[in-house]
Ligand binder design. Structure first.
Ligand SMILES: Cc1cc2nc3c(=O)[nH]c(=O)nc-3n(C[C@H](O)[C@H](O)[C@H](O)COP(=O)(O)OP(=O)(O)OC[C@H]3O[C@@H](n4cnc5c(N)ncnc54)[C@H](O)[C@@H]3O)c2cc1C
Length: 416
């Protein structure tokens, strides 16, 4: 039985580990924290997952919250002008629902499942020297430690990395009494963007203590009008600042938040990071190498919610490549090839994120404005979050956008 070691029990590592252990591999997860420490630890990114990712989780029996958590079946996207006046909005249903489950609860339950399936779970904070030792004991060592320090062992891919500094400052809160547009179990993700300021994203959030609340993620352009959170140190202070900012800069959204309250004063995230793509392999000596997965090697800003989706999809691609490899060695050429297979998909998720982090290009504004009037364009756009390659080439190129818009206008014409 081939022995695989996975460093880090998160979105990508657990997905990969459970897929492999179910396929008969001898899998060991080495995690810096126990399941209980993860459950009781600080919140992580809300990690809203779209349909295709949820389908991969369902295949593995990981969808424990399918019947309990509120799902979203649509988007409500609004754009405001720099002076705070409303510009235009898009409302559209997605063809299948998505959901956001607190990763602390998810990872805790998944670790327990992994152990029940026969996987080995070791608590240890992996250091670079442990990696070399592991390569002697395992057929393959995969690093899934997220954006933590181990990621720095992987060299930045200068050609594929498009940022030198954080594009946004992030604040995430868990709130109650946020007025949803539809008061049903199936509600919308809202995304409000202030041109030149940043974005506010909200969606239902199933919190680890089985509380159905909402998350609010504020993405502020550093130095811009939404960059107002530096002095706030508690969730209540952050929410007060967010409300005040919305009252003045996004007045169309303020009423929905007027009565919102944080569910706990320590339930928040505040910080920033630089999106990066890294080379997928670290060569430890002339014969030993390790392969990276998830945020360790492809780290995107959460503006269009792709990091966690990517992490699971990448784990799925890696698992298939491991199984297809049979008894052959997991050499560096195979590692690079496996990553490149996934990059063919991820280059679109990375570009999708970058298009929305950059000042809006005229053709993007044109497409989004057309979506306000043409339900087919709106549907194409919101369903693209689930599978970003479907948004290309038209979201990324003025000429292709024109062709795309013309084709949609033509199909809308009556046949005579
Ligand atoms: C504010 C915010 C909001 C987000 N919203 C979304 C969203 O809506 N949708 C979406 O798809 N994505 C979202 N993301 C991104 C998503 O959370 C990550 O992309 C995803 O969790 C990455 O999975 P991973 O397996 O690479 O890393 P993680 O899930 O971070 O797991 C890494 C694990 O490795 C462990 N570890 C670290 N170092 C070591 C070590 N040395 N030894 C052993 N273990 C170690 C950590 O404790 C952790 O458990 C968001 C991120 C942020 C910050």
């Amino acid at each position: 039985m081939r022995k695989i070691a996975i460093m880090g029990a998160g979105q990508s590592g657990l997905h990969l580990a459970i897929r492999l252990v179910k396929s008969g591999y001898d899998v060991t997860i080495i995690s810096e924290r126990s399941a209980e420490e993860i459950f009781n630890g600080p919140p992580t990114g809300a990690t809203y997952l779209f349909h295709d990712t949820l389908q991969l989780e369902r295949e593995l029996g990981l969808d424990f919250w399918n019947d309990t958590a509120y799902h979203s079946t649509g988007f409500n996207i609004n754009f405001g002008k720099p002076d705070g006046n409303f510009a235009f909005g898009i409302k559209s249903r997605t063809s299948k629902p998505g959901v956001s489950i607190d990763q602390r609860l998810k990872f805790y339950q998944w670790i327990k499942l992994f152990e029940r399936l026969g996987g080995k779970f070791v608590v240890s904070d992996t250091t670079p020297s442990d990696l070399l030792e592991c390569t002697a004991q395992f057929d393959l060592v995969i690093v899934s430690s997220g954006k933590g320090p181990l990621a720095r062992l992987f060299t930045k891919d200068e050609q594929r990395s498009t940022h030198e500094k954080p594009a946004r400052k992030l604040v995430q809160l868990h709130i109650n009494d946020f007025e949803q547009t539809e008061k049903t179990k199936f509600t919308s993700i809202t995304l409000d963007a202030l041109m030149g300021g940043g974005e506010i994203i909200t969606a239902p959030f199933y919190q680890k203590d089985d509380i159905q609340c909402s998350f609010i993620l504020v993405e502020s352009i550093p130095g811009g009008p939404m960059d107002v959170f530096d002095d706030a140190t508690t969730a209540s202070e952050l929410l007060a600042k967010a409300k005040e900012m919305m009252r003045t800069l996004m007045p169309w959204r303020y009423p929905a938040f007027a009565n919102a309250e944080v569910i706990a004063d320590n339930a928040f995230l505040k910080g920033s990071f630089t999106p990066v793509v890294r080379k997928p392999v670290v060569q430890l000596n002339s014969t030993a190498a390790v392969l990276g997965v998830g945020d360790t090697v492809i780290l995107n800003d959460p503006i269009v919610g792709q990091g966690g989706n990517n992490a699971s999809k990448m784990a799925n691609v890696y698992a298939k490549a491991i199984i297809a490899r049979g008894d052959k060695p997991f050499d560096v050429a195979w590692m690079n090839e496996t990553f490149e297979t996934f990059w063919e998909y991820s280059k679109y998720t990375n570009r999708f994120s970058d298009i929305f982090l950059a000042p809006a290009q005229p053709h993007v504004v044109e497409v989004l404005q057309a979506a306000t009037e043409n339900p087919e364009i709106a549907s194409d756009f919101v369903n693209g979050f689930n599978h970003p390659p479907a948004l290309f080439p038209w979201l990324d190129d003025a000429e292709e956008a024109r062709k795309y818009l013309n084709s949609k206008t033509r199909t809308a014409e009556p046949v005579v």
